[in-house]
Design a protein around this ligand. Structure first.
Ligand SMILES: NC(=O)c1ccc[n+]([C@@H]2O[C@H](COP(=O)([O-])OP(=O)(O)OC[C@H]3O[C@@H](n4cnc5c(N)ncnc54)[C@H](OP(=O)(O)O)[C@@H]3O)[C@@H](O)[C@H]2O)c1
Length: 188
């Protein structure tokens, strides 16, 4: 699928890998929805990408640790008349250290961002892609998806979920809607 002229949603677009996904998609001519909590870095990136590649870029500040944030983002984009053909599920965070010492609220947020919102984003944006018979979904897992990860236990388990989920969905939705899982190693 040629991304030129399509809308692509990139989560976690305020830093790290998300910024690089946004840059790569803009260079291919995709219009972008950048989303994360911190708005300022995304506004700077949006300005840069509009100037460099002549694509449309909108910024939507969303906290994916909040319940129903995926549906809220879908609704906001609908109001703007944006129908994404590409979803890059990149936002996630890890909690290092002994599992029993983690704060319950942080653990809940990890599960909400890394699993629940990622699943719900895939659902709300995947449904119209499947109806249109056109779309691409990228799920960012990790090498931690492939084996248990003591001292990163919940993060590794969340990434194992993402790997299994994405591989299953690619069989369900492909070839019209392709689902790819990326499993990076440590990036410093
Ligand atoms: N770095 C590595 O070594 C490594 C290795 C393997 C896999 N990965 C995976 O690669 C992906 C990108 O990681 P990265 O290294 O680029 O991390 P990063 O620089 O920390 O970026 C994480 C992004 O997720 C967003 N995010 C975090 N919590 C959020 C929330 N509650 N609501 C909305 N957005 C939230 C952050 O934005 P805000 O803070 O502005 O919300 C940020 O844009 C993640 O899925 C990560 O698990 C990373």
């Amino acid at each position: 699928m040629d991304p030129k002229g399509s809308w692509a949603v990139v989560t976690g677009a305020s830093s790290g890998l998300g910024v690089e996904f946004a840059r790569a998609l803009a260079a291919m001519g995709a219009n972008l929805v950048l989303t994360a909590r911190r708005e300022a870095p995304m506004q700077g990136l949006a300005e840069d990408l509009r100037g460099r590649h002549g694509v449309e870029v909108v910024v939507e500040a969303v906290d994916l640790s909040e319940a129903d944030s995926a549906v809220a983002l879908r609704d906001r984009l609908e109001r703007r008349g944006i129908e994404p053909d590409i979803l890059v599920n990149n936002a996630a965070f890890g909690l290092a250290g002994a599992f029993i010492e983690q704060e319950p609220a942080r653990l809940r947020a990890l599960l909400q961002v890394d699993i629940v919102s990622t699943t719900e984003l895939t659902h709300v944006f995947g449904q119209p892609m499947a109806r249109r018979g056109r779309g691409r979904i990228l799920l960012v897992a990790s090498l931690a998806a492939f084996q248990p990860t003591p001292l990163l236990a919940a993060y590794g388990a969340a990434k194992a979920y993402i790997l299994s989920f994405g591989e299953a969905l690619n069989l369900e939705l492909g070839p019209e809607v392709g689902v790819t899982v990326l499993s990076p190693g440590l990036m410093l």
